[in-house]
Each structure stands twice: as structure tokens, then as C-alpha cells.
Design a protein around this ligand. Sequence first.
Ligand SMILES: [Fe+2]
Ligand SMILES: [Fe+2]
Ligand SMILES: [Fe+2]
Length: 426
Amino acid sequence: MKLKVSLLDLILALADVMDMISPVLNGHHRRVAHISYVIGEKMGLPSKNLTDMFIASLLHDCGGITLKERLDALQFDIINPYIHSELGYRLLAKYEPLEASAQIVRYHHANWNETRRISEYNEEDIPLESYIIHLSDRVDVLADKKSEIIGQSTYIKKRIISESGKKFMPDVVEAFVAVSKPISFWLDIINVEKSCEIYESKVNDTVLDEDSVFSAGELIRNIIDFRSRFTATHSSGVSAVAAQLGKCTGLEEEEQKKLRIAGFLHDLGKLAVPTEILEKSGKLAPQEYNIIKSHTYYTYKTLQKIKGFEEINEIASFHHEKLDGSGYPFGIASDNLSYNSRIMAVADVFTALTEDRPYRKGMDRDTCLSTMQRMANEMAIDGDILEVLTKNYDSINNSRIEAQTKSRSQYFEYSKPSTLNDIKLQ
Ligand SMILES: [Fe+2]
Ligand SMILES: [Fe+2]
Ligand SMILES: [Fe+2]
């Protein structure tokens, strides 16, 4: 069966998992998307622009990599928001269908009265949609979701109006004041799952075929991996190893492609784990280890929302399950672990052991294989697949090195600090 997946489904899933990083952020991306859409519609934006803006809103903070950064952004007067905006732009701009949205994300914190400076620097105009997201984002930050919402509307409107012509574009403030009159506007904010559905049917969605799922997968892979230099090339390695293992075990091309895509997505749930924990040196506290362990649960729950991804989800999400049923998060044993899921588990362990990390070198062949053999003896990973890996060690390891080298140069390009310093405007 050929893969067919909705781009919007993918983006909504991504928006949700990014906000799972903290209960106070839950639903933030969807709420901003909702508010932006209503304002954009009021301002008469054409449907293509509304779609690009809706997508940009759903992903606008994807460059905010640490929990601290995400929480700092909840201050109304956020200090130096330009780095996460620029990183978000760099991530999204690589994926052609999101080029326009990337540009919108780049300026989603641009203050209206400072825009000439940014405009001169980049020699281009700030998209109107960026100004809309800027205001919508600040409305969501001002709204205290734990208290009754209607009673807060007067105060929030006052704060926004007081920044008209300063932080915010006057036309956008005017449209906001108009659309926020009925109390339904405010109730929609706290019922965002439902209100978002309305726009989902209005925006122009794209159905992705196998090849475009692959490129969308690369984008998601970068959003996951580039949060930390420790993981910057991990999913690229896992993806290449899984596909090559599939090839060596004689799987059809179709199955190899599934393995490749599932490899890109297997650690999706790590977006819900603070980098502060992922990067912690030294021993993790039991609660921190539990948070890390939750990542495959969130991979599963997130991919579950995407129609057409049922099989990819099983392959991606069960990579920490063990044949004897002692793995996590579901404790699924060999009877229910598909061959592809077992390949993914082997690919994940192999990549983790052999890849270089900033703090240590990867294992050599003998140490890696004896470590994995012990795991196979303990029924943690599949011994037959390990045998295939042992027989084809060089070709599999070379695919990993090739994929990770490519990703490493992309990561350097992405994290280049020079322009990031230039854009600190305050
Ligand atoms: Fe932001
Ligand atoms: Fe935001
Ligand atoms: Fe994992």
C-alpha cells in the first residue's frame, strides 16, 4: 500500500508534541493558530496567505529548543526572541512547501516600530502575517488559562491596544479589537481543540505521497535532532541503519522506505523532553530518567493522530520494547513485535553505540558487537537480526557514517552563530 498522509495532520501533531514539554505551554501553538486565523480572516487575507500563516502559527516556536527558552517566551516583554525565530526559520525553510511559512516565522517577534531596522538588515519586507502572529502570540501569553477567561478580556485588550504602533501594527490591533468583541472568541481560546477543527477544514491541505512524506520526515527529523548537539545526527543514523538492515535481510524496497521514515520519527517524543534533561551530564535523578523514558509513549500518541501512519507508528514507537516484554512504554513481547519494529530496535542500539558524541567516541566493531550479543542473549533485541548486522557490518556501518556526515554539515550550517549574533537587535 502506498503512503498517503495529510501535511496538516503532520503539522498539527508536531505542534502538539512540542507543547507537551510543559503543562503551561499545552495547546499554545494551536491557540496562536486560532487567534491568528480569525484576525487574518477579518483583515481579508487571501486563502493562500491564511494557510501559510496557519501553518507558521502551528510551528512558530519550533526553534525554541530548551524548556527555559520556551518558558521565557511566556513573559510579555520577551528578551531577545530573535534567536529562536531565526532558528525556526532555518529549520522550516529547508522544506520547500513551507518556505512562505518559514519567512513568517522568522519575524514573528518583530516589533512594528523597529521593523525598519530589521527590514534594512535583511533587505526584505516583513510579512504582514508575522505581525499577526506576534500579536496573537502575546494575547495567548497574557491569557491565564487556569482562571476564568471572559473576565480577563478587558485587561488583555487594554494591554494590546497600549502597544498599538509600538510593538504591534495598528491595523492588526484594530482587527483584533473587532474580532475579540464576542465572548465566543475568548471561549474558543480555552476550547482550542474544537475551535482549531474549524480552520483545519478551511485551510488548503496537501496530501503527501511517499516521496514528499520522506522530505517532510527530514524536516521533522531536524526539528527533533537539532535541539541538541548530542543528538544532532542520531535519527539520520538510525534511519540509514534501519533501511540498510532491511535491505540486507531481503526486505522489499517499499519496506525499506518505511524503515527510513520511521527512523526519522522514532524519537519524536523527545520534543516533549526538556533538553536540560537530555543534555544533563552525570547521573540522572529517577524522575528525570522517567521523563526520558516517556519519549516513546509520546512518539506513539503523536503519530497515532496521523491517518496513514499506522504502520510507521508501530515501527517508530516500539524501539525500546524488548522481546521478553520488559521494555517500555507498553511492555510488548516478541509475539506482538513486528519484524520491522525489531529492526528499528537493533538500528537504534547500534547507532547509539557506534556514533560519536561530543563527550565520547563511538564504540569499535568488537566492543559494539559483544555488547549487542549480550543484549540478544538477554532477549532484549532480536538475535537473528543481530546476525545479519554482524555479517554485513561494514555496509551497514558505512551507511550510518555517510548519513550522519551529511547531517552533521547541515547541523553546522543550522547552528552557525555569526548571523545569529547580528540579529540581536536589542
Ligand atoms: Fe516565539
Ligand atoms: Fe509562541
Ligand atoms: Fe529512543
